[in-house]
Design a protein around this ligand. Sequence first.
Ligand SMILES: *Cc1c(COP(=O)(O)O)cnc(C)c1O
Length: 486
Amino acid sequence: MTKPEKALIFELSQPGRVAYALPDCDVPEVEITELIPASYLRSVPAALPEVYEVDVIRHYTELSRRNFGIDNGFYPLGSCTMKYNPKINEDVARFSGFAKIHPYQPEETIQGALELLYTLQNDIAALTGMDQVTLQPAAGAHGEWTGLMMIRAYHESRGDSRTKVIVPDSSHGTNPASATVAGLETITIPSNARGHVDLDALRAVVGSDTAALMLTNPNTLGLFEEQIVEIARIVHEAGGLLYYDGANSNAIMGITRPGDMGFDVVHLNLHKTMSTPHGGGGPGAGPVGVKQLLIPFLPKPIVIQRQDGIFTFDHERPHSIGRVKAYYGNFGILVRAYTYIRTYGPEGLRHVSQLAVLNANYMMHRLAPYFHVPYPGVCKHEFVISGKQLKQYGVRTLDVAKRLLDFGYHPPTIYFPLNVEECIMIEPTETESKETLDAFIDTMIHIIKEAETTPELLLNAPYRTTVRRLDETQAARKPVLNCSCN
Ligand SMILES: *Cc1c(COP(=O)(O)O)cnc(C)c1O
């Protein structure tokens, strides 16, 4: 089922073709060298294709169709919360009062934008049970680093040199990475047989050198740490702080709060919990909330409201860890998150989490007869199953994932968390209909049957994508980015 190859944009190029031409300018043109020094100018014109407008449009539209995105299919990637990006968010982000302002504008001309930031800080504080929030960090991982730098500054301010960060073996790779970049060392503790933090293992490593425990709750197995209050007590008694990795907050909004569980710092990934686009690596936002004891160390500035009602940036923060992002963070993304929160309201956000959890449990229940379920019982917004029983047919989880592409699905997360063999991690989210969930489940069951009868079908999948199986390591290390790759 291969389509005839389309001519590449460079092959369509003919000298002299243009997309459009405007009438000659009747205003004297400025010499380009008056604006840009000659040494910075090209000596040879860029080798761009010369094509008609329709050719350019078709080229880029075709490229976009080769991609998979949340707007063209179900995207059950676990620990990522690939939920629908409401289009109203886009409308609001394009309001000229938000889209056309400049970070150097006088504060009195951007009171609306500042009020939005201020309100969003407070909303996130209320939702997470924290006392103050910074909106600067550009991603979850960036939030982790920001939080750990504050934790470091806090311990140092007390003359306490603590360097160890404890993470469970189910933790996301960014946790130890952020700790390392923040100049701290990671200690990994094993999970117990039920997939939870092993309290004895925690007690064995916690001590006077413990800077923090980083935890995702519900964890990356989709399980809520029922012993969280005890965990917090153990860490606090040893003088350490608790960092909440908020990537899985889609499961708990309006139901429980990290602040109430005993956490001191939280990040939220707005592209997970607050429906902002995941994008190709950005722009993103990972706001960080802190309890009272860490407020002095927050990045500066933060937005405050003066007694007279005026909103302003507070730069007078002598203990601040400094700025962690240019200007005030990715403002356009913050507008989208604000819009999402206003659209749903507190009750709506709670309902989002309830549905996300319901959908995950429905799927896990229907898939359970066909896969090994390492942690049976009730899950939160996502769950893990194992494809290890497929090994008897010479098939692996990777092959199931590749075969799903032929049916128009983005595969779930695979081989993460690392502590489950042949792991498949599914997060349906709240935004999908029962029909979509059922169709995906039926496809998974169909693929299992294929594995039993015609395993080679899976081993060579996918068949219907633009490119087939890639050497993923080489693709990441040595990407071929130009048009004439074949
Ligand atoms: C996604 C994720 C992160 C990292 O967040 P980014 O916003 O991608 O930097 C950290 N921890 C967990 C558990 C995650 O799922």
